[in-house]
Write a protein that binds this ligand. Structure first.
Ligand code: CTP
Ligand code: MG
Length: 230
């Protein structure tokens, strides 16, 4: 039977956040930011194991208590220089534990607002798909292309444009092959597209932005607080 695994790349330095520690360890509702994404994925009973990918030099992980996750959470200290390298290294290091047809849900540690229901909906939408796909959102704003002086060169039609999010869900064999052939991508779907395949877009039903800049933290906090009250 095909199984589901989650891979959470968390080996970045959070340069744009500009904090005193990598952003995945900043406080969000009393927990390290990363805890929220891990909790959503571990809350999906169909997901066999959640693998978190850390930098080999990470000295923050051990300062927090992760024992609540038990054996459902496994740490891989194989982070690389880019996100794609971190994911590629993780896929190689779990090779013996998974089958080529098993589904991998790759999710940014920095997308803290992911909900269990959203992961369930993604899996339901893609489990019989021959390629796989990703959570995404149709672009709502009018788009402008700028020159170097930040003056508008043109208005770009937003028809059929989507913003890619995570989780991105592909089978271990296909994703490993795709990332090995196309290591310069910024998301898993980009590597699969480079093989000539068309990943499916699944519309996100709730906020799932990536905490990137300092102002994103307060918004994530409000969303998580509101959800915990409902
Ligand atoms: N990531 C990773 N390995 C890297 C770079 C990024 O595992 N070499 C992870 C980050 O930890 C994050 C996710 O990929 O969970 C998305 O990346 P991003 O939001 O860009 O995080 P950072 O690279 O840490 O932030 P910045 O680009 O601002 O430095
Ligand atoms: Mg980055």
């Amino acid at each position: 039977m095909t199984r589901y695994f989650a891979i959470v790349p968390a080996a970045g330095s959070g340069r744009r956040m500009g904090a005193e520690r990598p952003k995945q360890y900043l406080d969000l509702c009393g927990k390290p930011l990363l805890w929220h994404a891990l909790t959503a994925l571990a809350g999906v009973t169909r997901i066999h194991t959640v693998f978190v990918v850390l930098s080999p030099e990470d000295d923050w992980w051990g300062r927090f208590d992760w024992s609540g996750f038990g054996s459902r959470l496994q740490v891989l200290r194989v982070g690389g220089e880019t996100r794609a390298q971190s994911v590629g290294n993780a896929l190689r290091s779990i090779f013996a534990q998974v089958a080529a047809e098993d589904w991998m849900l790759v999710h940014d540690a920095a997308r803290a607002c992911l909900s269990v229901a959203q992961v369930e909906a993604l899996i339901d939408a893609l489990t019989d798909d021959p390629v796989g796909g990703l959570l995404a959102q149709p672009v709502a704003d009018t788009l402008k292309r700028a020159d170097k002086a930040a003056r508008v060169v043109e208005t770009v039609t937003r028809d059929a444009l989507w913003q890619a999010q995570t989780p991105q869900m592909f089978r271990h064999g296909l994703l490993s092959r795709a990332l090995a052939q196309c290591p310069g991508v910024t998301d898993e779907a980009g590597a699969v597209e480079a093989l000539g395949l068309a990943p499916r877009l699944v519309a996100a039903e709730a906020p799932n932005f990536k905490v990137t800049y300092p102002q994103d933290l307060a918004l994530a906090e409000l969303i998580l607080q509101a959800r915990s009250k409902s």
